[in-house]
Design a protein around this ligand. Sequence first.
Ligand code: GLN
Length: 460
Amino acid sequence: TDHFLARIAAHDNLGAFLAQDADVSRAQAKAADQRLANGERGPLLGIPLAHKDVFVTRDFPTTAGSKMLENYRSPFDATVVNRLGVDQGAGMVTLGKLNCDEFAMGSGNENSAYKPALNPWDHSRIPGGSSGGSAAAVAARLLPAATGTDTGGSIRQPASLCGITGIKPTYGRCSRYGMVAFASSLDQAGPMARSALDCALMLSAMAGPDLDRDSTSLDMPATDYAADLLVQSASGIGNNSLKGLRIGLPRQFFGAGCAPDVLAAVHAALAEYEKLGAKLVDIDLPLTELSIPVYYVIAPAEASSNLSRFDGVRYGHRAAQYSDLTEMYKKSRAEGFGNEAKRRIMIGAYVLSAGYYDAYYLKAQKIRRLIAQDFQSAFAKCDIIAGPVSPTVAWKLGEKSADPVANYLADIYTLSSSLAGLPGMSVPAGFGAHGMPVGLQLIGNYFKEAQLLGAAHQFQ
Ligand code: GLN
């Protein structure tokens, strides 16, 4: 804990943290020591981490990257925080809260109301988003691991752009209780760390049912993913052998939209997989392009509903001066939300409104179902799907900040699996233009986290 606290202090120019409290962290470390002294053992006991600032925490403030929640202190811990933590969980020591795009809306961490986070490989570039602080902190070795959330790519894309490993499990695998909601039918928590093995250790603690608190959490016990990786099996397709594993390459992920340097790194990684015994097969995900308009209808629709709770009465910022209730709502929300949150609230309210609901929201839901069906057809021909995570390496700060659509288009390879609720991960594949990291995306069928982690582990 002291080692990482010192590193964090030495590198606070990265903007990775939104909150820290060394006294709290040291007290948690003492509690972990006590558990060790009592004879308890566990792979995560006493290991430091920090949480993306959308997980509510009792011991640290939670802002979700928004002015709306400045100085907000939750009376309880999110389930994921609790399961990893030192009081009742795996014994990890929290070193603080990590920067992110406001309400997890963004792809570059530039929508944080507080400050941008910087890419440790090149401080003039974004770390990706929305879990940008998590990726930057782990990549710069300020932390061994962090939590993130992924609604449309926010674990995988920053992991890719910062050269670390991150997994978004199947929708519902981790409880959403205590995660500040963005788009509830898509939001999912996951670990971001240096290796698939570290992610496996964390996911084993994070996953599992929480039905009293999140009715969409899956009623499946957590798996010991790390044991799965470490077990030595003699032969056959398993988590620990790639022999005969069929890796599907969607034509739509390898087209002209992807930068040549990214494609080169991805192809080199796939050649390595072939050497390890995997078979590459061509597949089709014909609706890939539609995942952008579909996601950017559904996610804002859900966001407009979720963010209605920030009314200045029950939560968050309240304007200092107002003459009546309506003006209080209006001013509080005008002052508290940033531009991207406002844009999405307006889009969401529009696509849900009478007269437009059928044309936009309902149509998007129908295409969402077709996108999920495309994946099932693809999985008839392959075991896992691979491709790039992001069409380019990390871009320069400010390069896309004036153009929301340019940001949305960069989500092309992560949105479709999110809409389908499938697990996906990013594994460091190599380097592209400007010496920046490139991730390989692996997408599995429902509940196949162990298979994904196994495939990543063999490669690493
Ligand atoms: N970049 C996407 C968005 O802006 C995804 C964000 C996320 O996964 N939280 O919505």
